[in-house]
Design a protein around this ligand. Structure first.
Ligand code: MN
Length: 331
């Protein structure tokens, strides 16, 4: 078995919190580019930028639109009918991997300056996330136009998102942006106290068994040792479902504050986990682990008996169970 096969096999058999993704990738660079006249698209772009970080770029036509909204829209209609490319104020393009591109819906499609932008910026190999603001028209041809231009240029596109003009809230936009699979960790990862160990990749493979976001970084891979160890990071409040490992598991707590609990029938109280704590989980014991409320948490997950170890996922953890641990008034 070569190293790659070993890694994949190990990870497949591995304990909770370990996705079957063995290759680390560098963090993706996010660019949020937008054109806005009324300010609606600018507001959404700002919320995305605030949620994910990266660069923010305003697309501006070389010939400014009239201040009056209707006059601008009328001009854009003429531009659309003329089919000519609208010139832009020259842009200083930062390097990027993921492009969020925002436009108002004008005449059922993307605004001419945004079309010029998409047709002139190199998009080969990039991930493009279009977003639109509208005054009641919804997507119409906005998404199809952006997709056609982007795919012709060699980009991959995520589904477009629309926001009714002026009504998008920061929380709504941030939840959408952070929930996207950009193939990488969002930029607010800079805030994660991950100390000495790498953060790794979003835990996509097991996401449906986690109550929030988590990341996994495989740390070992030598086949002769047969001892898979991964660093698992939980965002505040995130825990996994009840589950059991047929070959058991060891958790080595490395940063933040976590929680651990076994079924009440085992008569062992739930635990508050701090750096340096060790949790030995016997084969077949039903349990869950994760971050404390409001706290990031990281543990190393060591897959014991990895040759045959298998994880069975059960139901989500009740809030009443989760909240009781560490609450001295109820202990
Ligand atoms: Mn476990």
């Amino acid at each position: 078995m070569n190293r790659r096969d070993f890694l994949l096999a190990s990870l497949a058999a591995m304990a909770a919190g370990c996705a079957a993704r063995a290759e680390a990738a560098p963090a993706k660079r996010v660019l949020v580019a937008y054109f806005s006249l009324s300010g609606n698209t600018r507001a959404v772009a700002g919320f995305i930028h605030k949620a994910l970080g990266g660069e923010l770029l305003e697309i501006r036509p070389a010939k400014p639109y009239p201040a009056a909204y209707q006059a601008s829209v009328d001009r854009s209609r003429e531009e659309l009918h003329a089919g000519e490319r609208v010139a832009l104020v020259p842009l200083e393009m930062p390097d990027f991997d993921v492009l969020f591109v925002g436009s108002p819906n004008w005449w059922g499609t993307i605004a001419p300056p945004v079309e010029t932008f998409l047709r002139t910026v190199p998009l080969k190999g990039k991930l493009v996330v279009p977003f639109f603001t509208h005054g009641g028209g919804g997507l119409q041809r906005c998404e199809a136009t952006a997709r056609a231009i982007g795919e012709a240029a060699g980009a991959r596109l995520l589904p477009a998102k629309t926001f009714p003009g002026g009504s998008a809230t920061e929380a709504e936009v941030a939840a959408w942006a952070r929930g996207l699979d950009l193939g990488t960790d969002p930029a607010d990862i800079a805030d994660v106290p991950h100390g000495a160990f790498p953060l790794g990749q979003p835990n996509v493979a097991n996401a449906k068994w986690f109550s929030g976001r988590s990341w996994v970084a495989p740390l070992t891979g030598m086949a002769a040792l047969n001892c898979p160890i991964a660093n698992v990071t939980f965002e505040p409040g995130c825990r996994n479902n009840w589950h059991r490992h047929s070959g058991g598991q060891i958790l080595v707590c490395v940063s933040g504050e976590g929680r651990y609990q076994e079924r009440a029938s085992y008569r062992r109280p739930g635990r508050v986990l701090l750096p340096g704590d060790i949790v030995e989980i016997a084969p077949g014991v039903e349990h869950w682990h994760g971050a404390a409320p409001g706290k990031w948490f990281q543990h190393l997950a060591i897959s014991t008996n990895p040759g045959t170890n298998k994880t069975d996922w059960l139901e989500a953890v009740a809030d009443s169970d989760y909240r009781t641990i560490g609450n001295k008034r109820k202990a």
